[in-house]
Design a binder for this molecule. Sequence first.
Ligand code: PEP
Ligand code: MG
Length: 575
Amino acid sequence: MLALYGTGVSDGIAIGKAFILQRELPEIPEYVIPHEYLEDEIIRFKRAIDASRQQLLEIREHIPANAPPEASSFLDAHLLMLDDKMISMAPIDTIRQQQCNAEWALKTQRDTLSAMFEQMDDHYLRNKKIDVNQVVNRILRNLLQQNYDEHEKMSPGEIVVADDLTPADTVMLKHNRIRAFVTSLGGPISHTAILARSLGIPAIVSAHSATQYVRHGEEIIIDGKRGMLIVAPDAQIVAEYLQRQKDILKLRQELNRLKTSRGITSDRKRIHLLANIELPADVRAAAQAGAEGIGLYRTEFLFMNRAEPPGEEEQFRSYVKVVKALPKKPVTIRTLDLGADKQVDGGRAGTAITINPALGLRAVRLCLHDTSLFRPQLRAILRASVYGQVKMMIPMLSSQDELFQVLELIEETKSELKRKRIKFNPKIPIGGMIEVPAAAISADLFAPYLDFFSIGTNDLIQYTLAIDRVDDAVNYLYDPLHPAVLRLISLTIQAGKKARIPVAMCGEMAGDPRYTRLLIGLGLMEFSMHPATLLEVKKIVLHSNAAKLNRSVQRLLNVRNTREVHALVEKLGYS
Ligand code: PEP
Ligand code: MG
């Protein structure tokens, strides 16, 4: 028996036989093509591109009907790449100029593109390099007539172990009813990891050398929550995990019963539990979890994986779809938070690559810099506001001036709509995300001009502790319980209370059951999170006493030893 560890990216337990998916390309041959055969070689290259396109289209056909839209958008991105000149034309020039075979021309082009991406600092573009490699390798396999028939050999119930998987592979795994997957490479925010979560497959990434330690057909256990892979477990471990599987199922059924109960603590404090969504289709999961509304709608996802940004009409339709799907419930539409790790596809003009993208022109800064992007969105949100309880939320505010500029633009947009006799809610609540330390420290200066705050702990932690949230190497420093973070959260909640405006939290911390009691104790009344954790958090809320927690947390804030803080948070509510 052997245990390997990686990063768990999609929860759940799976027990089954390993299917090792070997994806190594053979040595790429290099040979000279006589002049008279050059055009035939080019035709061979074009046929390989066509075959690759056909394969991707077939995979798209297999996407389950209930799969999220991301599933097909990743495939669409790969299909678009097949048409990109850098991939479909450049090798043809090389074949002609160097009189070499198609595989060699394509390999040379792949190496050039890889070297180019390698020099880029931007996380999104680094991810693009993986996509380009996956597309090029597919064409190479077709040129080398290395068939893509691994999937057919897989049997339902198996667990795939691979060095890396493409998003297209992930869709096929689901189609083939594969139970789970483990990869040696990859990160928690890779396309593949995102897909695993949306498709509901337990998954582990960056389990280094997994393909070397696991043999084909061997029994393995995947613990997606802990990021643990157990190879050849003994009977006792298998029995333990079978029991855990049953417990998880029972717990899910139990939690489902809480769907319609209100989030009220034992001392009758009302705690509102809302959901975060990325795309209109996510509303279904939010409704299924009994969310009281949407606390964060990340609108930037509508702008990704496409060459052109969506226009005002398309944005308007998306917002109205969400609002109509949740009648009488608040929907908090966050204005564009593009930039940093969330770049759009298509390399639109103006999105220059900077050294520190997280500290650069992102979110509200980008919107104020390029109002041609911002104004249509403001119009679309205002127009959607007549269809329900729409709120608008501004990300990454760091100075009062920025806020004043945004408010002015909103007023201008309202006047424009009024002139054109287009309906909107003139009293639409405008909130600000508190996710930059400067905003948290001076929250009292923002409060008089806003209708609500929402604390974005993902960025607040990144900026307070100076750790890039997508850099594996500094993940170990990520600590929501760092005294500086707790003080900033507390400051924001207090500033909101003083100004009598509601304070919500929509960062990952709000959906982590380990911190629910701490946050109630700090006075937080509104939590917005991934729908999957909502009922677990609700259960804790129902069993908490807010007044007692408030007293314990006040004591905890004065503890001068960080380790002790961690220990006390674990015990909160049990003492
Ligand atoms: C946050 O920063 O906590 C947040 C909710 O926004 P995002 O994760 O989209 O940056
Ligand atoms: Mg943020």
